[in-house]
Design a protein around this ligand. Sequence first.
Ligand code: PMP
Length: 400
Amino acid sequence: MKLRLAERMYRLGTETAFEVAARARALEAQGKPIIHLEIGEPDFDTPKHVRQAAAEALEQGYTHYSGSTGIPELREAIARYAGKNRGLHFDPANVVVTPGAKPIMFYTIMALLEPGDEVIYPNPGFPIYESMINFLGGVAVPLQLSEIRNFHVNIKELESKISSKTRLIIINSPHNPTGSALARSDLEAIARIAVEHDIMVLADEIYSEILYDGVEHHTILDFPGMMERTILLDGFSKTFAMTGWRMGYGIFPGEMIPHISRLVINSVSCTSTFSQRAAIDALEGPRGEVDKMLEAFASRRDIMYEGLNKIDGLRCNRPEGAFYAFPNITDTGMSSREYADYLLNEADVAVLPGTSFGEYGEGYIRISFANSEDNLRKAMERIEKANRKLPAITAEIGAK
Ligand code: PMP
């Protein structure tokens, strides 16, 4: 029998990080000393008090289903926390807890899009946006983020992409994979466009607490008319080093809640209950371990930014937030994919090609600096050495 898949399966994309990580691990199993800079997750353990809270919750019997949108105490804690961090007021009734934040993308696009509706999304950008839009029958309209603008949104270009079919704009700040963070004035302009054309906005703010140089996080929800048309996506994976727990949330306009709740019931019923209990402790418990982790990211950001710019063949903007560097690699004379493969095979360093984040990622690689300072320094030494073997770079050095 020949397996016949639904046509939509051929429109489903993926997150290459998981595939590159598998290849890197296979090389490691052969004895290669791989340094992993491909995956977007903190290398720190979840804070101890959160782990303890989960263990206690298990003992206390938090082993049953919860309501589909989450346990009330966690929804309240999220509304308080997300509101306090943004200087806004959120109603706990508008909070939906999900297994990781990813389902929020899926549910939002599923709930809002008719076939043929257009979604404007950042490119390069988190690959699941494009994947979900295509999968669910929408038209993915890329908004290029370019290096010359420090990977910020070009408002004129955004305006030129709006059509009568535009249903949703996706923004992500701080941004994966470029590390850019949107300025308040840009968000204000995007809000104006959304209101004027009656467009919904998905604001992916999962890196909202990972910002450098004292830069403040700004949210599009702060502008008139945005509460009723914005879905805020955030979660625990990054800020609290909880990737494996699968804990995320969305804050939706109230009218969407019964519909999103039904999507949750149809797909996962609810999120793991003892994890939800522990998540309250993440939000309301001591901040010490999180603060230490954020400080470590800041110091690594400096090491990477300075180090990468010293390597012949690379040029890198200063990441404003998140834990990624997105250096330009065009001087290597290779495509993004060739160069990422080259680094894996020649330098034992796993990174992602920029094209894993869309067509406009060509010419770049993404390096996650969620790794120790020692490993980052070692990785840069290896990259420098590998680059010196490249004909395009030797010719350039010779000409200097
Ligand atoms: N948004 C962005 C921009 C991300 O980088 C990630 C994780 N890599 C997510 C959302 C989803 O995170 P999770 O499902 O682990 O909460």
